[in-house]
Design a protein around this ligand. Structure first.
Ligand code: HEM
Length: 180
């Protein structure tokens, strides 16, 4: 998993829960990198799992809810670090439609060792999109937060529902309907 995900995560934890919590979740971790990340480095996905598990224990907030909150936080971090990746889109549905074939393709050029999910589009109209998230990491709640923020980025909002096609969350269908 790319370092930018870790640096953004720890930044969110510091803002929402304070520096002491950041220290605690790192120290309880037995983390190979000892909690030191650079945005261009690559670290084991397991380290992120450990950080989230520790944060969940520390805050008593379910891990899934923390991952969703992180998705909400991460969108701006990615968009600000790589404005060129999203500058050509003028609508949230257009952006979502292009994650698989353009946005994450671009990300793969920036970070050749990035481990990205796939999004298969099942249906798209002017007001809605249906797509299936697949990833061995099962970070569908992260995807949910990112999708929600994509709408806010363009000044809108959406009603987002999802169905787990696989119980472990490695395949999840999203129904996304633009509001208004
Ligand atoms: C990883 C979804 C837009 C860059 C991920 C992951 C998800 C995701 C769920 C976690 C990995 C996994 O689940 O296997 C989305 C969605 C987007 C979006 C739903 C739009 C709403 C973007 C944009 C950028 C970006 C705009 C860059 C400007 C990345 C990077 C990673 C990532 C760097 C980390 C890869 C790694 O750790 O190896 N994305 N993404 N994504 N995405 Fe996206």
């Amino acid at each position: 998993m790319k370092g930018i995900v870790f640096t953004e995560f720890l930044e969110m934890v510091e803002i929402k829960f304070g520096l002491e919590t950041v220290d605690n979740i790192i120290e309880n971790g037995h983390l190979p990198s000892e909690g030191i990340y650079t945005s261009v480095g690559t670290y084991e996905f397991n380290e992120m799992v450990t950080l989230i598990t520790n944060l969940s224990e520390e805050t008593k907030i379910p891990a899934g809810d923390l991952i969703y909150a992180f998705g909400l936080y991460l969108f701006a971090g990615l968009a600000n670090s790589h404005p060129e990746v999203i500058k050509n889109y003028n609508s949230p549905l257009g952006l979502l439609y292009c994650i698989e074939d353009h946005i994450h393709v671009h990300v793969k050029k920036l970070y050749p060792d990035a481990e990205l999910p796939t999004f298969k589009i099942l249906d798209k109209t002017d007001t809605k999109i249906v797509m299936v998230y697949s990833s061995s990491r099962g970070l569908y709640r992260l995807a949910h937060g990112l999708i929600e923020k994509a709408f806010e980025h363009f000044g809108g909002s959406a009603t987002i529902t999802y169905d787990l096609l696989k119980e472990d969350g490695t395949e999840v269908k999203f129904d996304i309907v633009q509001n208004g």
